[in-house]
Ligand binder design. Structure first.
Ligand SMILES: [Zn+2]
Length: 365
């Protein structure tokens, strides 16, 4: 899977490959951009291009083969969430005394290291940066370039100061990536020692064409829906759980229909009963609330004659019917009540109770 598999931000990718071709890739790079725009994926791709054993060119510029042992091992970093979960699990299995001194690192290739934010604070800690400093001056062993990817830029103060020291004098054979949604969060002294490359969100057609390639089993209408719901974030679109979303949306629609007096109470109770306490129940309820918000927003768009902004594109006809019964005052009080349910959830009120209360508060006499 070469650079052509990276979707969107073609100018930035081109610029990166031109710098690789001229052997002028900077030692410190800040990859900035919204969540899901592909920052981390792109960093791991550059790491592969730097270390690929086949060193292929496409359109005359450096690429990677995706098949050699370096490419394959570095590609194992791609599923960052699973790798982090494994690392956290391994640390949890340690003795209390060792646990305290163990920081998170992810490494599937000797020359490429990912430094994720360390729980529970979810910050990059000074011990993590020290380990990078201990490591960075060793020459590459299996590849040509040592790559360090900080997958988040929430640095503890001391950690940021240590990082600054490495950025002042990085070895020739090392590259440091700092990934952030907002480059402004980094110290100005760090920013000034790095090149800032910014990725933007993808347009709807770009996401749809990406999904046509990666989710061929989805119908075009489903791809259009996911493109809208993922709001330009290609990562979110790729991992979108359409089945779970559809099931949640069914529930949300029954709740809204019952409240608008176009549905049956018995259907509502069957649903709210399934929302239970506990961690799993909480997640399910959070999904439901997000979905209710997005449906309410779509109804607002329809009432404002802005059908082009509707996100649940496959439901427009049904939503049009609901919108006729839901005037602005009702919609705005529904959003307020929904916020009450969220507050109740934080105080751990019984889930089904607060959902039934939500519906009852919105019911018309
Ligand atoms: Zn390769």
């Amino acid at each position: 899977m070469p650079f052509s598999d990276f979707h969107g931000n073609a100018e930035t990718v081109l610029r990166i490959r031109e710098m690789l071709a001229r052997d002028r890739f900077p030692h410190g790079v800040i990859l900035a951009g919204p969540a899901g725009s592909g920052k981390y994926t792109l960093a791991t791709m550059v790491a592969r291009a730097m270390n690929c054993l086949a060193q292929p060119l496409t359109d005359g510029l450096p690429d990677f083969c995706g098949k050699c042992s370096n490419c394959v091992r570095i590609a194992q970093l791609e599923d960052l969430e699973s790798r982090c979960a494994e690392a956290i699990e391994a640390r949890d299995a340690l003795k209390e005394t060792e646990k305290k001194e163990t920081r998170l690192f992810i490494q599937t290739h000797p020359d490429v290291m990912v430094i994720p934010p360390d729980p529970p604070q979810m910050m990059i800690k000074v011990d993590q940066v020290r380990r990078v400093i201990d490591n960075i001056y060793f020459r590459p062993s299996d590849g040509r370039e040592r790559v360090f990817i900080f997958s988040d830029s929430a640095f503890m103060k001391e950690a940021a100061n240590s990082l600054l020291k490495v950025l002042e004098e990085p070895p020739d054979f090392a590259t440091i990536f700092l990934i952030t949604e907002n480059a402004g969060e980094l110290l100005p002294t760090i920013r000034s020692r790095c090149m800032v490359l910014t990725l933007r969100n993808l347009s709807l057609p770009e996401i749809e064409s990406y999904l046509a390639k990666h989710r061929p089993e989805w119908r075009p209408a489903e791809r259009a829906l996911v493109a809208r719901l993922s709001e330009g974030a290609v990562g979110r679109a790729r991992n979108f759980d359409l089945a779970a979303y559809s099931a949640t949306r069914e529930h949300a629609l029954v709740i809204l229909k019952t409240a608008l007096r176009t549905g049956e109470h018995s259907d509502l109770f069957k649903i709210t009963e399934t929302y239970r306490a506990g961690a799993e129940g909480r997640e399910k309820l959070e999904r439901l609330l997000r979905c209710l918000y997005s449906l309410l927003q779509d109804l607002l768009f329809l009432n404002a004659n802005s059908v082009e902004l509707v996100r649940n594109t496959d439901l427009v006809a049904e939503l049009q019917r609901l919108a006729q019964a839901a005037e602005f005052e009702w919609l705005s009080s529904a959003s307020d009540r929904l916020a009450d349910v969220e507050r109740g959830m934080r105080r751990n009120l019984l889930r089904s109770l607060s959902l039934d209360a939500f519906e009852a508060a919105l019911e018309r006499n």
